[in-house]
Write a protein that binds this ligand. Structure first.
Ligand code: ADP
Ligand code: MG
Length: 698
């Protein structure tokens, strides 16, 4: 960064509001602002001016190309670059960029997953400018954030549903706020701060691991003698090479206007975390996608690889993403912040009750929103929240909830029961020291932290789910309260009734304990332990109704998404299984043969000299090698057979087949191979060990 100041580089590559104010005509700027604030459409004329200024600004910053930047169902972003040039005469070009090019693109999108929404004869997809997220420059290209949809307008991406859910949530929340007498509120926005975990390993070591290259995780690897047990890495001093990486990463992110704020070492060796300051969900989602991309790119420059897989190494903690989520009005009031007046408290309790009801009613949907094959290795595995959805409220808030349910006094000395909308609540500490790390959804003072997200996934899905669920509950509450004669009394009854019916979802205990599984079962909570099981519930009528009622997904769109998720699950497991077979047959088995052969030759040579020499240790080793090797080859053959067999009549059956046949064999195969690794000479083992992988960066 040289001598540049952070304040100078921050946002320097973003066509943000400041830049617009400076460069656009007042009419054009106002039209954009109105479009963003009130949803009024932009005229083509405005788009033309906007495009021209964007291009001039981008060229001033060295850009030569533009691209629509979108978020297809692959989970990563996509771009197709066009240069600004257009021929003026046979020997001259002009640099141009029209309003039409800004507003709409037509990428040939036949290779993006559509879940059957787009027939091959209609290969074209459309990208349409999202004026609510700022354009930016990356790698010499002006990137224009867009949605991506089919010829007939069906969403083929992750941005469209998020935007739709934001709009609907806002509509319903505003209805509720009007009931509290708020006449000015125009919009309610969900605010999101995603904490991103990742691993950094040395590139030379990485390049020797076929599994990491092809699947992002190690499919084999014996536990290292030292793992994370000393917990000396967590928040420890950052190693110089990592520190240099983090510094450059921060600067790159700041240039893109991303509010990278905290960075620290995580629990596992080689694991780190980056958290930005929260933003509206749409921007947060764009920024998180960019963050993941840039994390990988910057790592390359430091001869390292950034692993975003949820579980790169068995036996050490995996990576997740904590999605901090709250609701705020356009005036900046946080609706999950307990207030100081009776009316603010009543509002807080209503939003809290809506959230509790929504989470209880849509447990399966929330579980589905974080289901992917990588995350299956984490959820419920003693390091990430369990696969069971529950809410942590902390002692104080739980006591308040209990007192509302039972009509008993919360503040003992007053001996009076709480009446919502009339009494002030006792102050709820903003930062409860009692931090529960095992809860999937923890209330942390003024926001909920959804802790089940996988590190590699787009945050769009989970936030779309949270927004839509909240929109539904708020709409029900608004319906119930809009006709009430005595608002406070009706509100009190509603909150009390809601909390009473949905208290089973509140759990403040340790989610890692075995006893919680039993307790949750008694409470009737879902426990969907893997993606294959979770996705069986995705298309239940309740979900279809929820999304179609709030116009977030049509049934068709939902069916298509389910298809994509199921197919992705099968493909990922299939690739992993085939990679294992390849590694065993072409590297591990030959290595074990070499090592066994050398050991056997050694025994023969010794015995040729002295026939009565005791070679017991070598013989035991040979027996063990031979036994494990036979088991390895049996499981490899079983895996090949399972991969070749028919997988069931539809995508649902196929996913279950991959989980309960293919994946189970993979686990058995891994167990034999990992044991072999511990008894094979280091120099013969064809892959770098966990020690080398986890402790390679100094
Ligand atoms: P921790 O979870 O470690 O205590 P913080 O509470 O500081 O860390 O914040 C974690 C993340 O939550 C950050 O990205 C932060 O910007 C975000 N965050 C803080 N307040 C809110 C809020 N009201 N809504 C959404 N996200 C928030
Ligand atoms: Mg946190």
């Amino acid at each position: 960064m040289g001598k540049e100041k952070v304040t100078e580089i921050f946002g320097s590559m973003v066509f943000n509001e400041e830049v617009m104010k400076q460069r656009l005509s007042t009419t054009c700027y106002r039209a954009w602002k109105k479009c963003v604030d009130e949803g009024t459409p932009l005229s083509l004329e405005t788009a033309h001016e906007m495009a021209a200024e964007m291009k001039n600004w981008a060229m001033d910053h060295g850009a030569t190309h533009f691209t629509h930047w979108f978020q297809p169902m692959t989970g990563v972003t996509a771009e197709k670059h066009d240069s600004f040039i257009s021929p003026e005469s046979p020997s001259q070009v002009l640099m141009g960029f029209s309003g039409k090019e800004l507003v709409r693109g037509e990428p040939d999108a036949s290779s993006f997953p559509s879940g059957g929404l787009r027939a091959t004869f209609e290969a074209r997809g459309y990208t349409a400018w999202d004026p609510t997220s700022f354009a930016f420059i990356k790698d010499g290209s002006l990137c224009i954030p867009t949605i991506f949809c089919s010829y007939s307008g069906q969403a083929l991406d992750k941005k469209t549903p998020l935007l739709r859910s934001q709009e609907e949530l806002s509509r319903q929340a505003v209805r509720v706020l009007r009931l509290f007498g708020d006449k000015d509120v125009k919009k309610v926005i969900s605010q999101v701060g995603p904490e991103q975990e990742y691993f950094l390993i040395d590139k030379d070591v990485y390049n020797k691991r076929e599994d990491l290259i092809l699947t992002g995780r190690t499919l084999f690897g014996a536990k290292p003698p030292k793992g994370q047990e000393l917990e000396d890495h967590y928040f420890g001093t950052i190693k110089p090479r990592v520190a240099a990486y983090m510094k450059e990463l921060d600067e790159e992110l700041w240039r893109l206007g991303i509010l990278a704020k905290t960075k620290h070492n995580e629990v596992a060796p080689a694991q780190h975390e980056l958290a930005p300051i929260f933003n509206d969900a749409n921007t947060a989602c764009d920024h998180n996608q960019l963050t993941m991309e840039i994390m990988k790119k910057v790592a390359g420059r430091h001869n390292m690889v950034c692993l975003l897989h949820e579980k790169p190494f068995a036996g050490v903690n995996g990576s997740g993403k904590h999605d901090n989520w709250s609701l705020s009005t356009d005036a900046g009031a946080n609706l999950f912040k307990p207030g100081s007046t009776p009316s603010q408290n009543a509002r807080f309790l209503l939003f809290l009750a809506a959230f509790i009801k929504g989470v209880d009613e849509y447990q399966d949907l929330l579980r589905c929103s974080v289901a992917n094959p990588g995350n299956d290795h984490r959820l419920g595995a003693q390091e990430a929240p369990p696969a069971i959805i529950s809410i942590f409220l902390g002692d104080e808030l739980t006591a308040i909830v209990d007192s509302i349910i039972h009509g008993t006094s919360y503040v003992e000395q007053n001996m009076k029961s709480l009446s919502i909308g009339v009494d002030a609540l006792p102050a709820i500490p903003q930062d409860t020291t009692d931090r529960n790390r095992t809860s999937p959804l923890a209330f942390t003072g003024n926001k909920f932290e959804f802790r089940m997200l996988g590190s590699s996934q787009s945050i769009s899905g989970p936030n779309t789910a949270l927004n839509t669920i909240m929109a539904e509950e708020l709409s029900q509450f608004a319906d119930a309260l809009e006709g009430a004669e005595d608002f406070n009394a009706a509100l009190h009854e509603l909150v009390k009734k809601t909390l009473t019916s949905h208290q089973r979802i509140i759990f403040n205990g340790n989610g890692y304990e075995e006893s919680w599984v039993e307790e949750a079962r008694k409470r009737g909570l879902s426990n969907l332990t893997c993606t294959a099981d979770a996705l069986q519930t995705y298309l239940q009528p309740k979900h279809v109704e929820l999304f179609s009622k709030h116009r977030v997904f049509t049934k068709e769109e939902l069916v298509a998404r389910n298809e994509i998720h199921l197919e992705n699950y099968c493909q990922v497991i299939g690739i992993e299984a085939r990679t294992m077979v390849d590694m065993v047959k072409r590297n591990i088995f030959p290595a074990v043969c070499r090592f066994s052969g050398a050991t056997a030759s050694g025994v023969a040579a010794k015995k040729a000299v002295l026939a009565d020499l005791d070679c017991g240790d070598e013989e035991n080793l040979l027996r063990k090698l031979s036994g494990l090797s036979a088991e390895m080859m049996r499981q490899t053959a079983a895996l090949e057979e399972a991969l070749a067999a028919p997988k069931g009549k539809d995508a649902y059956e196929a996913a279950l087949y991959y989980r309960y046949n293919v994946f189970d064999i993979m686990c058995r195969l891994r167990s034999a191979v990992d044991e072999l690794e511990t008894i094979t000479a280091r120099e013969d083992w064809p892959y770098p060990s966990y020690t080398e992988l986890l402790f390679s960066v100094k």
